[in-house]
Ligand binder design. Structure first.
Ligand code: C2E
Ligand code: MG
Ligand code: MG
Length: 406
């Protein structure tokens, strides 16, 4: 085993040391050790590609999936050993994901690791083509429901933002809304309606939303790199997140991390009655507004506390939900509701974004009502980042008449 080079990612220093010694005992001496994903990346950047990465799944503050994806995308490791005490279903899913990403999975070592188990997997590396066969996970929705919160949290890197464009009436792109999807290794693409109940029950909606915010700001920054202008992004924020003391500082931290101005970010907060902010929380929101973040009331008119909240909180935008807009071209009552909401917004000096524009008739009806910013299937469906980039390039070459072509 002398020629093997191995990376260990394990955030408990004692276990890290024990694994290091086990590798030495197995004749592996070229070992990189890391207690966090960042240190692992730095170490790989300094010392180059490894043959095997031994990767703990449960890390303090994040999960090993981030490193697994990084290893696959960068090609800085060819084989993987998963270290975990997670449930079988989780390990199976992680294994499937790693294989899907193109990593050779040697197998899993249950914690605490034993030298014998490690030896068996290191030997496998030598056998060309060998790969521990973990049966493809046969998870159905009911099995998902049995996942514990900590197991679910490990799936974070599979929660991927899709983006739906928002356009002005003349066709110019005003920005995008980040809408999360779960790229489940065996169940495919899951929409919020399918997996949010699970996430909410596990208390992970906040963590998911921070994760999406990070991706969206990353997109905005990379568009700026390519075009010189940061792409405005809107991110959905569950109201309870506003109650967290560190909410505003975390948003600012995320903006600083990606080096984009606060003006590119809109926080969409769904209407609800049960979110009473105290003075300090309100002050933190105001601070964000002063920095330039936009604050949007999502699905306006569906939460029951609409006008009161508009007066209480420093909103700058009002989003009208699909229910009001879909079919308004044919339904005068819907058109009246939309017209009323738009008038309210104008009087309160708020921007309006209309969701659910599904047909050309809906779009034309909006033209008669003040030409708000629009979002909807008629313009474009939510799409992955790569597709959005192509969409933006195509849109930049076209005008208003192209809207329906997407
Ligand atoms: P939302 O923020 O009001 O997002 C608009 C929803 O309408 C999206 O559903 C979008 O796909 C859908 N939509 C867009 N255009 C049309 C249209 O023309 N017709 C119809 N019928 N629907 C349209 P999606 O992506 O399934 O998201 C549903 C909800 O889940 C979102 O509603 C939002 O409240 C929540 N959500 C989505 N992503 C996130 C996230 O990253 N964090 C949080 N906290 N919530 C999220
Ligand atoms: Mg929204
Ligand atoms: Mg909405």
């Amino acid at each position: 085993m002398h020629e093997l080079k191995v990376l260990i990612l394990e955030d408990h220093s004692f276990q890290l040391m024990a694994l290091h010694q086990m590798l030495n005992a197995n004749g592996v001496f070229d070992v990189l050790t890391a207690e966090s994903v960042d240190v692992a990346r730095q170490s790989l950047a300094r010392r180059g590609r490894v043959d095997i990465a031994i990767c703990d799944l449960h890390l303090d503050g994040c999960d090993g999936l981030e490193l697994i994806r990084y290893l696959a995308e960068s090609g800085l490791a060819s084989s993987l050993i998963i270290l975990s005490s997670a449930e079988r279903a989780v390990i199976d899913s992680v294994g499937a994901l790693a294989r899907q990403l193109g990593l050779r999975l040697l197998g899993c070592v249950q914690k605490p690791a034993s030298s014998a188990a490690l030896h068996r997997l290191l030997t496998l590396y030598k056998e060309p083509g060998s790969q521990v066969v973990i049966p493809p996970p046969s998870v159905d929705m009911t099995e998902l429901l049995t996942l514990s919160a900590s197991s679910l949290a490990l799936c974070k890197s599979q929660w991927v933002a899709h983006y739906q464009p928002k356009v002005c009436f003349d066709g110019r792109i005003r920005g995008v809304e980040a809408l999360v999807r779960w790229y489940h290794p065996s169940m495919g693409l899951l929409s919020p309606a399918q997996f949010f109940p699970l996430i909410e029950r596990a208390g992970l909606l906040g963590s998911l939303s921070w994760h999406v915010l990070d991706q969206a700001l990353g997109l905005s920054a990379s568009v700026r790199l390519a075009s010189g202008q940061a792409l405005p992004v809107a991110v959905n924020i569950p109201p309870h997140l506003l109650l967290q003391e560190d909410f505003a500082p975390r948003v600012i931290q995320a903006l600083e991390k990606h080096g984009v101005p606060a003006t590119v970010l809109t926080l969409e907060i769904i209407e609800t009655q049960d979110c009473q902010l105290d003075d300090r929380q309100l002050e933190a929101l105001l601070h964000l507004r002063i920095l330039g973040c936009q604050l949007s009331i999502d699905d306006f008119g569906t939460g029951g506390s609409n006008l009161q909240r508009l007066l209480d909180l420093p909103f700058s935008e009002l989003k009208l939900p699909s229910e009001f807009v879909r079919g308004m071209g044919q339904d005068g009552r819907k058109a009246a509701v939309v017209a009323g909401a738009m008038m309210t917004a104008r009087r309160l000096d708020l921007r309006v974004v209309v969701e659910g524009v599904e047909t050309r008739d809906d779009l034309l009806a909006l033209g008669d009502l003040g030409r708000p910013v629009m979002q909807g299937y008629y313009i474009a469906r939510p799409m992955p980042e790569s597709e959005l980039r192509r969409w933006i390039v195509a849109r930049e070459q076209g005008g208003f008449e192209q809207l329906g072509a997407a």
